[in-house]
Design a protein around this ligand. Structure first.
Ligand code: ATP
Ligand code: MG
Length: 140
């Protein structure tokens, strides 16, 4: 297995409930190392561009509103097989379908307010990381 980097967001529903540390503990317990992290308030334009892949889906406008509704914590996580491992510990998009012990099962409020984002491929991870971080901000 290769050491990979993935991009992660702790979403506004989780920062509002002060869950950053508990979510980070799940990442660290599962072999993911936080090699970059910052708390930001996303602008509408930033959120719209980030989620542009979903622009024709019925939930797009609501998702953009939600992602701009409070602070988020953007992160780069590093580890063996990091993209798949991160998605495994996040759990299914819909918390009602997420496996026991996953972050979304533990913490998500709804299919939209589902506490975390994770890249879906190594290629998209690189694009998403570059959208939020300069190289000097990532320290492995
Ligand atoms: P993410 O991309 O956030 O890691 P994901 O890959 O599991 O999650 P996607 O299908 O990429 O899910 O959807 C992106 C985000 O859009 C979801 O995390 C969720 O916040 C929101 N979303 C997805 N499906 C729905 C839906 N049916 N209704 C409302 N919001 C949704
Ligand atoms: Mg996705």
């Amino acid at each position: 297995m290769a050491v990979e980097r993935t991009f992660s967001i702790i979403k506004p529903d989780a920062t509002r409930r002060n869950l950053t540390g508990r979510i980070n503990a799940v990442f660290e317990q599962n072999g993911l190392r936080i090699v970059a992290q910052k708390r930001i308030w996303m602008s509408r334009q930033h959120a719209k561009t980030f989620y542009a892949v979903h622009k024709d889906r019925p939930f797009y406008a609501s998702l953009v509103d939600f992602m701009c509704s409070g602070p988020v914590v953007v992160q780069v996580l590093e580890g063996e097989n990091a993209v798949a491992k991160h998605r495994e510990v996040m759990g299914a998009t819909d918390p009602a379908k997420a496996a026991d012990g996953t972050i979304r099962k533990l913490f998500a409020e709804s299919i939209e307010a589902n506490s975390v984002h994770g890249s879906d491929s190594v290629e998209n991870a690189a694009i998403e990381i570059a959208y939020f971080f300069a190289g000097y901000e990532i320290v492995g």
